[in-house]
Write a protein that binds this ligand. Structure first.
Ligand code: KIV
Length: 287
């Protein structure tokens, strides 16, 4: 029985979730229909129950419990220190506030690189914490792992271009696939991941022409961040798009809270602009 007074429920945001606009829980099947119909998929990172409720009410399609939590929640200088248990904890928090959002869990650095079996164990932890899909970074060696997970009932989102877990190998947070060779390799990796059964692929910090080319060449949905408006969908880190992140931001970020009356209105604007393909504007936010 809920023993909180109405005032306590408002104060602490507890009790039943405010009715998210009448909509059905998002599914992979529905996401595939959206991709086929050319309707952009909206995704944001999310780490707790309160923001999950707001994003759900604002009409977001998918949330990613990203290892960006290491930077935006924990104040670390990279995503590398994030652990599987920390990710599972935030997944449980988001799942507690969620009704309709499709939930992706990010596989942390070191939780899937060792073997396919290790990847399956880690995916199991995230799925049991509420993930409906897991995301893992990289190409070349990853398709075998993706196939192994997909065959065992784990939907997978790949992640190509700038892969933050490889920041030390790449030599910084820099645009990927600029050279002809780099672009060809990325396109090849995307094809292999799609053929291995990945349902989605985040494309981070790649030239707009390459993102478009990859989107047309693969059957998986591409989710751009600093890629192009012509990806199958878009994702941003919540703290970046709400103007919380301090310092110099990458050019692909837009502060949706600027001029908006509330956080929910800012997120609704993000949804409307992504659906209309007016965000990102490749001239302003692209490469
Ligand atoms: O960890 C994360 O938030 C991500 C997004 C930037 C795509 O991987």
């Amino acid at each position: 029985m809920n023993t909180k007074t109405a005032a306590e429920q408002t104060l602490y945001g507890g009790g039943a979730a405010a009715p998210a606009k009448e909509r059905k829980p998002m599914t992979l099947h529905r996401l595939r229909e959206m991709q086929a119909a050319g309707e952009p998929i909206t995704m944001l990172t999310c780490y707790d129950a309160s923001f999950a409720k707001v994003m759900d009410s604002a009409g977001v399609d998918c949330v990613l419990i990203g290892d960006s939590l290491g930077m935006v929640l924990q104040g670390r200088s990279s995503t590398l220190p994030v652990t599987l248990e920390e990710t599972a904890y935030h997944l449980r928090c988001v799942t507690a506030g969620n009704r309709n959002l499709f939930v992706l869990g990010d596989m942390p650095f070191g939780s899937y690189q060792e073997s396919k079996e290790q990847a399956m164990r880690s995916a199991g932890v995230l799925m049991q914490a509420g993930a409906q899909m897991v995301k893992l970074e990289g190409g070349g060696w990853t398709p075998e792992t993706v196939r192994f997970l997909v065959e065992r009932g784990v939907p997978v989102c790949a992640h190509l271009g700038l892969t933050p877990q490889s920041v030390h190998a790449i030599g910084g947070y820099r645009i990927q696939g600029r050279s002809a060779d780099g672009a060809a390799t990325l396109k090849q990796h995307a094809r292999e991941l799609s053929d291995a059964g990945a349902a989605m692929c985040v494309l981070e910090l790649v030239p707009a022409t390459l993102a478009r080319d990859i989107t047309q060449a693969v059957s998986m949905a591409t989710i751009g961040i600093g890629a192009s408006k012509d990806c199958s969908g878009q994702v941003l880190v919540m703290h970046d798009m709400l103007g919380v992140t301090q310092g110099k931001l990458p050019r692909f970020v837009r502060n949706f809270l600027e001029g908006a009356p509330s956080i929910q209105a800012a997120i609704e604007r993000y949804v409307v602009d992504v659906k209309a393909r007016s965000f990102p504007d490749d001239a302003l936010h692209g490469y």
